[in-house]
Design a protein around this ligand. Structure first.
Ligand SMILES: *Cc1c(COP(=O)(O)O)cnc(C)c1O
Length: 457
């Protein structure tokens, strides 16, 4: 088997600005050990997120020039709507400026006190929007999904028995929808099998609860189904995606992920009354229903990107580059989430830094060490992002302490990835020098974005 090459040539490049370890040490200190507070020009390899960081294609840039900026009824909207409808089969399609705007609209209408939402794992903005409405979100992730080093093909699956238990516990009437996140971003970018989605569908049918998909990485998930699930090897990824959406009553989407756009999202559904309510809220928050907070040019970029992302040569390169980095780290003994997920490599910070207790945020400590050693920016997905406090003010830690290194789409080459592996292995060899962290200042919701921290002695 020959090397799987990047399935593109590079037409336009952006410089990387190099700095020294000493400079990065003081930059990190000035940013209060929060990677979101570091300026991007001070970062060598930016793996903070794969969101909105994709390289657009020459076709997408050509689409940008075709964008029609009419306030109402722009042809760009109709091209966007057709792309979304062709893949999802959902009749009502509402553009938004990004995924969380879709969530805000949906959960403002369906949420509120006394309501419960169930999922494999709610992404952070999703959970925040649910909680902000007064409702509660409950994760029903399968057991193997919580074991970072146990290899299983579909670690994003819901635990169907737990799902049904929770429905009985809270009452179907209080559960406005079940949300399946594909792939499971916060749980390691792990895929959900078609069989599991069908299982969720039949439980939802039994209790008459709508099923929605958080579709941010629908193409990566569909490619995993093709590779790993019996009966799908001969189907195209587009056919698999169409089947996935056929089980859904609706979806939320961030076009900043599997649509190669730098901004955008949408909300889509089958229920006409719900769509009407959503559009009414859209008009006062995002904009008129044929642009929803986006420029016509953004709608064009999304329309084109949604089709490009289903290209199987691209998906093969995409999934392989994540697996390539994962395998290099596993070979060096670095504890990583296995198998490789779809968009990111997840370091297991508990295994990496066993000498740092969870209430000293080992994930955040590791994020800092990777930045200082090699200018790599990742993000903690652990107790800083998802931890809660009990009545006595004691930290209730998250299930996992992970550091996510998200790989932007079509941006970095194999030598960048080789460099990332070298830096991580270097940090791993010197892991005993890494110290724990404490919080100086934090916000009540999504605290990881603005938190200020210090390093303990
Ligand atoms: C990114 C993401 C969102 C939110 O989308 P934004 O465009 O960042 O607002 C929701 N769910 C998942 C799974 C995501 O990865």
């Amino acid at each position: 088997m020959k090397t799987i090459i990047e399935p593109f040539r590079i037409k336009s490049v952006e410089p990387i600005y190099f700095n020294t370890k000493e400079e990065r040490t003081s930059i990190l200190e000035e940013a209060f050990y929060n990677p979101f507070l570091i300026h991007s020009k001070d970062v060598l390899i930016d793996l903070l997120t794969d969101s909105g960081t994709s390289a657009m294609s020459s076709n997408q840039w050509a689409g940008i020039m075709q964008g029609d900026e009419s306030y109402a009824g722009s042809p760009s909207f109709f091209r966007f709507e057709k792309s979304v409808r062709d893949i999802t089969g959902l009749p009502f399609i509402i553009p938004t400026h990004q995924g969380r705007a879709s969530e805000k609209i949906l959960f403002s209408i369906l949420g509120g006190k006394g309501k419960y939402f169930l999922s494999n794992t709610f992404f952070d903005t999703t959970r925040a929007n649910i909680e902000f409405s007064g409702a509660e979100g409950i994760d029903c992730l399968c057991k193997e999904g919580k074991l970072p080093t146990v290899a299983a093909p579909f670690k994003g699956n819901l635990d169907l028995a737990m799902l049904e238990e929770q429905i009985l516990k809270y009452g179907a009437a209080n559960i406005p929808l079940v949300l399946v996140t594909v792939t499971n971003n916060s749980g390691g970018g792990q895929p959900v099998s078609m069989e599991n989605v069908k299982g969720v569908r039949s439980i939802c049918d039994k209790y008459n609860i709508p099923l929605f998909i958080d579709a941010c990485r629908f193409a990566e998930n569909s490619y995993f189904v093709k590779l790993r699930e019996k009966g799908y090897a001969d189907k195209t990824v587009r056919q698999i995606a169409e089947e996935l959406f056929s089980y859904a009553d609706g979806c939320t989407m961030s076009a900043k992920k599997d649509a190669f756009a730098n901004i955008g999202g949408f909300l889509a559904m089958r229920d006409e009354k719900l769509a009407l309510d959503c559009r009414n809220l859209l008009v006062i928050t995002e904009g008129f229903p044929t642009y929803g907070g986006l420029a016509g040019r953004d709608l064009e970029a999304i329309a084109i990107g949604l089709n490009e992302v289903l290209d199987e040569n691209y998906l093969q390169y995409r999934i392989r580059s994540i697996e390539y980095l994962t395998q290099k780290l596993v070979a060096a003994g670095v504890p990583v989430m296995q198998p490789a997920g779809g968009h990111a490599v997840y370091l297991d910070a508990k295994g990496f830094l066993p000498h740092i207790p969870v209430d000293q945020y080992p994930g955040q400590a590791l994020v800092g060490a990777l930045y200082v050693e090699g200018g790599i920016r990742g993000v903690e997905i652990g107790s800083l992002m998802f931890g809660k406090y009990d009545e006595t003010g004691k930290l209730v830690p998250a299930a996992l302490e992970l550091v996510r290194l998200a790989i932007p789409r079509r941006v970095y080459t194999q030598s960048h990835i080789d460099y990332v592996a070298e830096v991580i292995i270097e940090v791993f060899e010197n892991r005993n020098n890494i110290k724990g962290m404490s919080i100086l200042e934090e916000a009540p919701l999504l605290r990881h974005f603005t938190v200020k921290m210090k390093m303990l002695d």
